[in-house]
Design a protein around this ligand. Sequence first.
Ligand SMILES: Cc1cc2nc3c(=O)[nH]c(=O)nc-3n(C[C@H](O)[C@H](O)[C@H](O)COP(=O)(O)O)c2cc1C
Length: 244
Amino acid sequence: MKGYTQGKMTEEFTDEEKKGLYKAIHSRRDVRSHFTSKPIEDEILSRILNAAHHAPSVGFSQPWNFILIKDQNTKSRIKKSFDEEKDRSSKLIEEPKKSKYLSFKLEGILESPVNLCVTYDPTKFGPFVIGRSSIPEAGLYSVCCAIQNLWLSARSEGIGLGWVSILSNEVLKEVLELPDHVVPVAYLCLGYVDEFATKPDLETAGWLPRLELKDVIYFEKWDDTDNLSWKNIQEIIKSNLDYP
Ligand SMILES: Cc1cc2nc3c(=O)[nH]c(=O)nc-3n(C[C@H](O)[C@H](O)[C@H](O)COP(=O)(O)O)c2cc1C
């Protein structure tokens, strides 16, 4: 770990190391079930949190905090909010989608050994943050970068993570006693799992497909998909890309 934090790093990634990184990215899943009873070792949990803490942040503001939760009573109060919000959101869609939505397992709050709330504190280091004056949301984006680091690090340790956003932020603030200015960004459920699915659950269930890479990339301006100066990469991204 020290080698990464002292002096300059000129060393290239080996092919094996690159493979590891792409494996973590492509095999990461949002996990809501299959949690085992194996507790997460404190050394491993610390490593995952440290990975999150080394995310990029606007103006190096590090605006995140991580609240670790294992108390069953706290979890039950959060689960109650999930149940209420899921019911409320189901009223926004018509049958047959409504029943399908209601049948999905969309959280693992009680079954996962560790719940984790990641928060955003816009007041850290005072009101002026380099890079945040024009786009205030950059603070929130930084917290999301930390969450993604955490997610990938957890995956590499064989730990499943599920993000639960079907929750009331008001309830989260009350239950976790957050100060008024602190924003709950993510409520995460972590634990060892029996398996990681190869595809997103929502893809397997036929809810939504994964879009093709070629359909999300434009060249030079919005909606330009066949700009001639980008011909070569257009051919490459049309093929079925795999990771090394
Ligand atoms: C901001 C955010 C909020 C999410 N909220 C939920 C949620 O409330 N419940 C859930 O089951 N999954 C949630 N997910 C997981 C997504 O459904 C999942 O990432 C997506 O279906 C792709 O699957 P994958 O993560 O396994 O690749 C959330 C993901 C993100 C990034």
